[in-house]
Design a protein around this ligand. Structure first.
Ligand code: XMP
Length: 315
């Protein structure tokens, strides 16, 4: 039986032993990196530098929410807006693995620049077990390169510390509840952000569209779950497909993209089944997408693939 108190005490002790100087932690506001940040802050106090990088690939209002969260936690959060750098590097890139590697590498370069400025030696990462299992090792095939594992460049100058490496998500959530961290129940969001929810080349326009669509999916599913119409899925979001189809917007012809709605039930992200969303909830999502972004999106489809054979994210 996993005991969060025992884990916390042990993790703090190990972090104190391992970290001999200043350490940096990148904070996305997700449960993994927030738990890692709180543990590290308890272990080394002001020697911890928390940093939030705005990649331009985050969800609606997400960056602001992260800054508010850290204010509540009483941990000073440094902030870098690097969105232009991310869009520039992703220009023309279509291959999902290449996208993931570029994003992972740029994150690390930004961390290294910040670390050099502040004389920081260590990098704490919120990597959990499924991240490295699915990123492949000698025994396993690479399913996809999670940006905080296989995306690390070989010549990284910082010493990487991963206090949550052996935990599964349900265990991280238990630790978060034990530590009273308000994002303990938040749905996972991938490190490469909305870039892996725009299939093919990433552009600012496509990110804007998928950001709006994700917000609609999240709002409607959370509302339906609150109203007792359905259990809250493990993850629920929108994906923009580069497929264009013909539609009618107002009384005019429209030729827009396709949005796929993805909602999946799982306990540890290793396997999952598509959520049986009531049809009226799907209807509401499609109607709102048509009303709010119908000039850019002419079709909404629902993904009914389990994991396996599909993965949760489309890229
Ligand atoms: P897949 O898509 O591989 O995802 O079935 C399993 C879980 O991991 C999340 N995910 C990521 N998390 N960095 C992360 O920190 C990543 O690069 C990444 N890619 C996928 C995904 O959202 C799901 O919860």
């Amino acid at each position: 039986m996993f005991d969060p108190k025992e884990f916390v005490d042990d993790a703090i002790k190990k972090l104190r032993e391992e970290i001999k100087g200043k350490a940096l932690i990148a904070c996305s506001g997700g449960v993994d990196s927030t738990v890692a940040a709180v543990l590290a802050y308890k272990a080394i106090g002001e020697k911890l530098y928390a940093l939030h990088v705005n990649t331009g690939l985050l969800r609606k209002n997400e960056s602001e929410q992260v800054r508010n969260l850290f204010q509540r936690l009483g941990i000073h959060l440094n902030y870098i807006d690097a969105s232009e750098r991310f869009f520039e590097k992703l220009k023309g890139i279509k291959d999902p693995e290449e996208k993931r590697k570029i994003i992972g590498e740029l994150f690390i370069r930004i961390f290294e620049e910040f670390a050099e400025e502040k004389d920081i030696e260590y990098l704490i990462q919120g990597t959990i077990a499924p991240d490295w299992i699915e990123s492949g090792d000698q025994l396993r095939d690479t399913i996809k390169t999670h940006h905080n594992v296989g995306g690390l460049p070989k010549d990284i100058k910082l010493k990487v510390v991963e206090p949550l490496r052996d935990l599964y998500k349900d265990e991280v959530r238990k630790v978060a509840r034990f530590l009273d961290i308000p994002v303990s129940e938040k749905q996972p969001f991938p490190g490469p952000g909305l870039a892996v929810r725009v299939i093919g080349e990433v552009t600012k326009e496509k990110i804007e569209i998928v950001r709006e669509a994700c917000a609609i999916v999240e709002e409607e599913i959370e509302k339906a779950s609150k109203d007792g119409k359905m259990p809250l899925p493990w993850q629920y979001f929108a994906v923009l497909l580069p497929v264009r189809t013909v539609g009618v917007h107002g009384d005019k012809r429209a030729y827009g993209y396709t949005i796929a709605v993805r909602a999946i039930d799982s306990v540890d992200a290793m396997t999952g089944s598509f959520s049986r969303i009531p049809h009226d909830v799907l209807d509401k999502i499609a109607t709102r997408i048509s009303n709010e972004i119908g000039d850019k999106v002419t079709r909404v489809v629902y993904d009914i693939t389990n994991k396996p054979p599909a993965t949760i994210e489309w890229e």
